[in-house]
Write a protein that binds this ligand. Structure first.
Ligand SMILES: Cc1cc2nc3c(=O)[nH]c(=O)nc-3n(C[C@H](O)[C@H](O)[C@H](O)COP(=O)(O)OP(=O)(O)OC[C@H]3O[C@@H](n4cnc5c(N)ncnc54)[C@H](O)[C@@H]3O)c2cc1C
Length: 303
């Protein structure tokens, strides 16, 4: 057995990974967590809808608090990315970007998803100041205001319909909609203003979004733009381990109710298992994964 063998290794220190660490370490498992908090989708966000936090709390505060909680149960943190994972002889081996290697009886993947970006002028600068990648998270901030959604698929169409309950005007900017007939009918019968055959060229604004410039040279005055282009998973790591993905999306890791994947000892939790991309789901799944992994590691150690 390697000298520094862990019971539970967790890749990702967003809400799913942190909650998993708290529960696994709380069960006296030897836990190590890898990742950089700054890279969590939550780091720059303000959270409006998480249970029992009535006031807006900052994502940074939440992530720092979660780490302190996990450390109080003796979980160890390493602010490095994992670049390689292997599963041999009932052990997971992990290599960090600096070349260090670690071994663990179980592994929890909580690596989140990266929202696809528009990659246009003004977008990066105004993230969190009018540019959003999550209608469910941010719709409430746009009550009575004007917003645009950009995207061609059902996420964009349903996002636009959801926003109708909050915003004064909702534009849907798309090249060509590829959605179901039902959704198309819903859009047609709604007040969403669909602008087809064009795309966003630039997000306009100094300190916050003031409008969008379209490729057809039209300018829309809006207070917010929701980019609904789907997600890129950090999936190479998972694929290398032979993990099964959900067939419809091929980008989310399939788990059962114990957060187990098809590989023994390998669990997944949070955004990487699919929508809704919400903290409440991430911490719920993290809790289950942490408990299950700790118990399975204990059985392995005793066998
Ligand atoms: C702007 C914004 C606002 C939001 N607002 C809300 C809100 O109000 N309410 C709400 O419920 N949700 C909100 N969300 C969604 C919420 O942030 C996510 O659902 C949640 O963070 C998912 O948690 P996670 O742990 O699965 O993934 P993440 O928080 O994304 O964490 C994944 C972690 O994995 C790490 N990682 C990835 N690859 C590797 C690797 N190879 N090695 C090591 N580490 C790795 C990353 O660095 C990151 O720290 C918001 C998201 C954004 C972007």
């Amino acid at each position: 057995m390697p000298e520094d063998l862990y019971d539970v290794a967790i890749i990702g220190c967003g809400p799913a990974g942190l909650q998993a660490a708290i529960h696994a370490a709380g069960k006296k498992a030897k836990v190590i967590v890898f990742g950089k908090p700054r890279n969590s989708g939550l780091y720059k966000a303000h959270i409006a809808n998480f249970c029992c936090s009535e006031k807006l709390i900052s994502g940074k505060e939440m992530l720092e608090g979660g780490r302190k909680q996990a450390e109080s149960f003796d979980a160890v943190f390493l602010e490095e990315d994992i670049i390689e994972t292997k599963n041999e002889n009932n052990l997971f081996s992990l290599t960090t970007e600096s070349g260090a290697t670690f071994a663990s009886r179980t592994l929890i993947l909580s690596i989140g998803v990266a929202r696809k970006k528009l990659r246009v002028k003004g977008e990066k600068k105004l993230v969190g100041r009018g540019v959003s990648y999550c209608v469910d998270c941010d719709a409430n901030f746009y009550r009575g205001l004007d917003v645009a959604v950009v995207g061609n698929e059902s996420a964009a169409a349903t996002g636009a319909l959801t926003l109708l309950s909050y915003a004064r005007t909702v534009y849907l900017i798309c090249r060509k909609l590829t959605i179901t007939d039902t959704l198309y009918e819903q859009l047609k019968n709604s007040h969403v203003r669909v602008i087809q055959d064009t795309w966003v060229k630039e997000v306009i604004g100094t300190n916050e979004v003031e409008g969008v410039l379209l490729k057809n040279s039209e300018t829309l005055k809006v207070n917010g733009i929701f980019v609904e282009l789907g997600a890129k998973g950090a999936l190479e790591l998972a694929a290398n381990l032979g993990v099964v993905f959900y067939q419809e999306t091929v980008s989310f890791v399939e788990t059962n109710k114990k957060q187990e994947t098809n590989i023994r000892g390998l669990y997944a939790a949070g955004d990487i298992t699919g929508q809704p991309w919400q903290i409440a789901k991430a911490v719920g799944e993290g809790c289950v994964a942490g408990i299950e992994a700790a118990e399975y590691a204990k059985k392995l150690a005793e066998s």
